[in-house]
Write a protein that binds this ligand. Structure first.
Ligand code: SF4
Length: 492
């Protein structure tokens, strides 16, 4: 993922310390494995899903009646030590979470899984998505006398289930009653003393897949993406369907369709950018989809040039597709330092000046004297693009044409992706020509909505593409809309 680069005074290195992309919304993982090191398997599952959230990580395990948990701020590799996984996180059921905060501020207390008490024992819940009816849900829970430890919608879901359990229901009845009070996007993995649950909201906005480990048939895995299965050698079984609850216990896996049938509305940004390119959807990797939208982009907005390059890493598959469809050679013109992650230790000003920073480094001898097409997956605020274009020109490119493998982002997301308020989205207020001038390119073109959706090979109505068209598939309360849809408020 590229991020808000700053060109230094003395070099063209780009600082990628802050994102200028929509931020991923969280990764969830669950495993039921009667004889196995579930904590270690959960650790590697979360490690593969790290791109979905880098703020905090957590694992909770169930060992009969007891729950053990460890969660903290930081990357998966920073949060867990071998001794914690081996000695503390014992049991046969594990629930894991990588967090990027979309509701609730950035504190350890908001790290997940959320753990709450019930009359049947504790439950641990990991959530990817965002509820849109938190005001009503919170009021209901306050009326019911629930106490909140955090400011997250995820804890509200956990408390709603606990409240239903405490009113006499079993785990399944309680969970289904709670989900009927929830509106919004949620893919959930929930651990209990007797079983593991996987749930998707009725529209399936966020992904969730089921895998199985070889051996004893009752060894199931749940993960946001198939890359979370691959890393531990689990076989992909299928997606959890929209509005489905799967319940995994010692008897195996049973499925419940708990909501009235609704149209599937998978977030199209999962296809374009969020999910890892090696994750599989509709029997193909997202790398293949991203190459295909690059080809479509070349058909829609060909321009003559000497080379095509992608913004590392997320723009590269579409750039290769663009090159294949246009016949213009593909080249790498920007090199990303792949050996750095997000750091919580801030460099000093002196260190910054001496160049200790995450870098995108232009290849001068590749770019010098060349007409360049640079492909990226999206433009949100435009700050990144402007600095990349400047760096390419400074490295000797004679023309810079930008092609974007998604349509202009004009609306914010309310379903768990951090895309800023509407007035911070450059395409919400500026024409394509005005954006081209602001970022300093010779030409700029975006992929059409039709092209983006048709390239999925699925029914084009099965996707949420609200951030490109404002057509929100799950109704958003006016008060919530007002928090982000500044322009509509102004023009209303
Ligand atoms: S609004 Fe955009 S980012 Fe949010 S779920 Fe829909 S397509 Fe995805």
């Amino acid at each position: 993922m590229l991020a808000n680069p700053k060109v230094t005074d003395d070099s063209h290195h780009l600082d990628v310390s802050r994102s200028d992309k929509p931020e991923e919304a969280c990764g969830v993982f669950g495993i039921y494995c009667p004889e196995g090191e579930v904590a270690k398997l959960a650790y590697f599952g979360l490690y593969a899903l790290q791109h979905r959230g880098q703020e905090s990580a957590g694992i909770a395990t169930f060992d009969g009646d007891r729950v053990h948990s460890h969660k903290d701020m930081g990357l998966v590799s920073q949060v867990f030590k071998e001794s914690v996984l081996h000695d503390e996180l014992i049991g046969h059921i594990a629930v894991g979470h990588n967090r990027y905060s979309t509701t609730g501020s950035s504190h350890k207390v908001n790290a997940q899984p959320a753990i709450v008490d019930t009359r049947l024992g504790k439950l641990a819940l990991a959530h990817n998505g965002n509820l849109v009816n938190t005001v009503e849900l919170r009021e209901h829970l306050v009326d019911r006398g629930c106490d909140f430890l955090t400011t997250t919608d995820s804890e509200m879901i956990a408390l709603a289930i606990a409240d239903e359990v405490d009113s006499g229901k079993d785990w399944l009845e309680a969970a289904i009653s709670a989900f009927q009070m929830c509106s919004g996007a949620y893919s959930l993995v929930i651990g209990t003393p007797i079983g593991l649950m996987g749930v998707r909201d009725p529209n399936g906005v966020r992904p969730l897949v089921i895998g199985q480990l070889e051996g004893n048939p009752v060894r199931y895995v749940l993960a946001s993406e198939t890359c979370g299965l691959d890393i531990i050698g689990a076989e992909y079984v299928r997606e959890v369907e929209p509005g489905e609850l799967v319940w995994i216990t010692e008897s195996g896996l049973v499925s419940f369709h708990w909501s009235p049938k609704s149209e599937k509305k998978l977030c199209i940004f999962e296809m374009i950018y969020f999910s890892r390119p090696d994750s599989v959807t509709n029997d193909e990797t997202l790398y293949t989809y991203r190459m295909r939208i690059g080809k479509q982009l070349a058909k829609e907005s060909f321009v003559d040039a000497d080379l095509v390059m992608g913004v590392p890493d997320s723009g590269i598959p579409a750039a290769i597709g663009f090159s294949q469809a246009s016949g213009i050679p593909y080249a790498e013109g920007l090199i990303k330092n792949r050996y750095v992650g997000r750091t919580f230790i801030q460099p000093t000003q002196t260190m910054r000046e001496s160049g200790i920073r995450m870098k995108l480094n232009p290849l001068k001898d590749v770019l010098k004297g060349k007409r360049v097409i640079i492909v990226d997956d999206s433009i949100v605020r435009g700050t990144t693009s402007r600095k990349i274009v400047k760096a390419l020109r400074d490295a000797g490119a004679t023309e810079v044409h930008m092609r974007i493998s998604s349509p202009p982002v004009t609306h914010p997301c309310f379903y768990g992706i951090d895309t800023d308020n509407q007035n911070q989205l450059i395409a919400a207020t500026k024409s394509v020509q005005a954006i081209a001038e602001q970022i300093g390119v010779d030409s700029l073109a975006y992929l059409s909505q039709q092209g983006m959706l048709e390239a999925t090979g699925e029914d084009i109505n099965h996707f949420c593409s609200a951030c490109f068209n404002g057509d929100y598939p799950i109704p958003i309360p006016e008060s919530v809309k007002r928090s982000k849809l500044i322009l509509e408020e102004v023009t209303a």
